[in-house]
Design a protein around this ligand. Structure first.
Ligand code: FAD
Length: 418
């Protein structure tokens, strides 16, 4: 099936060692790693950092959510060191992270875990079981800018990729259409390709590996609640404290942000809808999602309901593309797949936190595929291929409503407030 709207006139060829497809945190970190050794180019269909990256809480998990999964716990605790090395200290924002230990064994390695005596807004059922832990988050936009800006000369925004194939000498070939002029196309030839396109990996890999019966990805629909207030601890006066929390009983995760003197909570929950075919996207409406979320959320922080008028409210839909776990939590993250005997690798970090270690593994596998001696000269970019701009985080542009408008929107009756 043709993917381009109109006829594509091929205007030239681009030859490189490694092509990276994607535009989020994972593609960027892969590019950064591979560019140390090879001539590289990255192709993205959207702004840099769009996709899951812009929708994320961007919390650097150190195991708070997965203590029952020892392998993942170890990887996440090590990943914090990757981030310390990767971004300047001022991009790692500290937060007090509150956490309840439901079903979490205490023989797991946990540094710095102390029972909390602090006065926090979370009303867990057994206050004595509330623990405090130093946590870190990043602003995805800042990190994408920091990593992406120096690499922009190797990144081009395109309209689409098609005709993925393998040449007789086992190189990967495909066509790209320029984003500025969708009738202008170029043929790309690379010794290897890395698919780091999040949810977009699925179509690309299926096209390249038609006969392999590929089944490497699961796509999950989720939502994020945005609550904006003033900075401070007095929830009854519309202030939101700068705290994070993970509450397994309530299945709620809260990550704070600061913006123009305001405090913002990004609230996620355990509702994940596994999208198995395109029409599934319509399942789990925002209303259904919020009806289920509001009960445990208001149990945990009753002031949000009692003083709901003091805050501004919004939400957005998001997609998570992960390694295939039959819809379940991707315990074996990151997922890195070698595509048969082709010089092609697909990667899903599963979590933002794991993208640096996944990039290192992809680099090692690329070297195993094509060696380290190759160095095709860098391509001279045609004038109609432009670098992308850097995306803002989704929450920054999410429309916010008053409590009554939000109730009306998500319940149709205002009954949520009662
Ligand atoms: C609501 C939510 C909250 C999250 N919270 C956290 C958290 O707190 N901590 C954490 O560690 N992780 C979190 N995650 C997970 C994390 O955001 C993702 O694991 C990570 O951002 C994935 O990055 P990526 O680069 O693989 O994918 P993406 O960011 O999705 O990037 C894929 C890119 O590929 C591009 N693309 C797609 N198709 C094509 C194509 N055909 N050609 C060219 N380009 C293409 C897209 O435009 C996009 O820019 C969260 C995710 C969501 C959705």
């Amino acid at each position: 099936m043709p993917l381009f709207a109109g006829d594509l006139t091929l205007r030239g060829n681009l030859t490189i060692d490694v092509a990276v497809v994607g535009g989020g945190i994972q593609a960027l970190l892969v590019l950064r790693k591979l560019a140390e050794r090879y001539s590289t180019a990255m192709f993205t269909r959207s702004n840099l950092g769009a996709g899951q990256t812009a929708h994320s809480h961007a919390f650097l998990h150190q195991g708070q959510m997965v203590a029952r999964m020892p392998e993942l716990l170890k990887k996440l605790q090590a990943a914090k060191e990757d981030w310390d090395d990767l971004v300047p200290k001022e991009l790692l924002h500290e937060t007090s992270f509150y956490w309840t230990p439901k079903e979490i064994p205490f023989d797991c390695p946990w540094n710095g875990l102390v029972p909390s005596n602090a006065s926090v807004p979370f009303r867990v059922r057994r206050p004595a079981a509330l623990y405090e832990f130093p946590g870190h988050y990043i602003n995805a936009h800042d990190v994408v800018s920091h990593i992406g800006a120096p690499l922009l000369s190797q990144i081009r925004r395109i309209y689409q990729i098609d005709q993925l194939g393998v040449s007789p000498n086992n190189e990967i070939t495909f066509r790209i259409a320029a984003d500025s002029d969708r009738t202008a196309g170029y043929r790309v030839t690379a010794k290897a390709v890395v698919f780091a396109a999040g949810a977009g990996n699925h179509r690309l890999i299926s096209e390249l590996t038609k006969e392999l019966g590929y089944r490497g990805q699961q796509t999950i629909k989720a939502f994020m609640l945005i609550i904006q207030g003033k900075e401070g601890n007095a929830l009854n006066r519309g202030q939101l404290p700068h705290h994070s929390g993970f509450f397994p009983s309530e299945r709620i995760f809260i990550a704070p942000r600061r913006h123009n003197g305001e405090s913002v909570w990004l609230v996620g929950d355990g509702q994940r809808f596994w999208i198995q075919h395109p029409a599934d996207w319509l399942h789990m409406s925002a209303r259904d999602w919020f009806r289920r979320l509001r009960v445990p959320l208001f149990d945990l922080v009753p002031e949000l309901a009692t003083y709901g008028k003091e805050f501004a409210w919004g939400y957005y839909e998001a997609v998570k593309a992960e390694g295939d776990h039959d819809g379940g939590f991707p315990e074996n993250s990151p997922t890195i797949e070698l595509l048969g005997n082709l010089p092609a690798i697909a990667v899903w970090p599963g979590l933002f936190t794991l993208a640096p270690s996944a990039a290192c593994k992809v680099a090692t596998q690329t070297e195993a595929l094509i060696g380290s001696q190759v160095r095709t000269p860098a391509p001279v970019w045609p004038a109609d291929l432009h670098p992308p701009v850097i995306e803002r985080e989704t929450w920054l542009d999410t429309p916010l409503w008053s409590w009554s408008e939000f109730n009306h929107l998500l319940n149709g009756s205002g009954a949520l407030a009662s």
